[in-house]
Write a protein of this length. Sequence first.
Lengths: 200, 179
Amino acid sequence: MTDRKLRDQLIKQESFSPAMRELYRQGVEAMLENRLSKFQRIAWSLSSLMGLAFFVFFGVVAFKLPPEFPVVGKAVYIAGILFSMAWAVLGFIVVRRGGLNKRMHENTAHGLTFGFTLVLMIGMLLLGQTMPDGILGIKMILGGMVFLLIFGIPSLMLKHMNDAELRIREQMLDLELRIAELAEKQGDAAPVKAVPPSSN
Amino acid sequence: MCELLLLRHRRGEEGALGELVSLWERPLFYYIRRFTSSESDAWDTLQQVWLQVVRRVETLRDPRAFPEWAYRIAHNAIVSRWRSEPSFNPLPEDSEVPDERSAETGAALHDLDPQDIHRALERLKPPHREVLTLFFLEEFSIDDIAGIVGVPQGTVKSRLHYAKVALRRILDDGELSHD
């Protein structure tokens, strides 16, 4: 008897009540729902409120903009309104759900951060070029780049690097597992024949 | 397999942790059941173990160490349960002995009937039962068992040796009652 078989046989010896196991399973399933911790709940609530505050801020400023304000500038403000509204809604959904779907919610958060900083950077780039004061224009372009470099790109890069590393490790493990399964099947199906010694 | 599931969980795949729970539920239950007076206590303890696993799974740096890590959590959960009981007595410490016969006895034990081993385990002292259960279930090394149980390697060697001898004696003496 192989050791793996002994393990499985031992486990089989242990009887249990299906009703008790069902009760335990219900408890575990509730636990696995990836509920938000107190800290996460506070953090997501705050980010939702911040999104709401920025939504009001961008909205009020956009409303009060003079008619001669450049179109690109107005577009940046509108992007700000949309981004902050999306951020507030995302935070609200997460808090209301009481759980975090890492793949969906975190990807959305990263996408929003990168998307907004990219829009901001492009807006500042375009606005900077139209500025009558050249120095101020360059400052605006640099400001946009700093935003993109500090907030947008690192957030996206870290997310992708982490994902890529995990994906590669997962694929390698998947391959290892398949090889092991194939080897096991082959071992069960056809015992290895002894190679006869060479007659030479 | 559990490494793969942990990686999938870290990538945010819903259900990966559930699969991991299903995969390790029975062996952990077997281990815990050896040290709990009732089945309901065992399921309750196992639920506590999963609670700890879910809370701390992100801190597990090497997913390959999951089995040792999970059994260590289970060991701690069992000890906490014991301590909360009024009749709690700390486990006696063993003296260190050379483990010359362990390998030989171990090899012989693997040829025994699993039903007999299962019954005989109940007759062993808890410290001996624990190391032998871990040895049979996962074939952990002395080092791994020491890490799980939280005792020096010498103590594990000693317990494993005495446990194997005691198990063999129980089986040879025919002390087990068969249904």
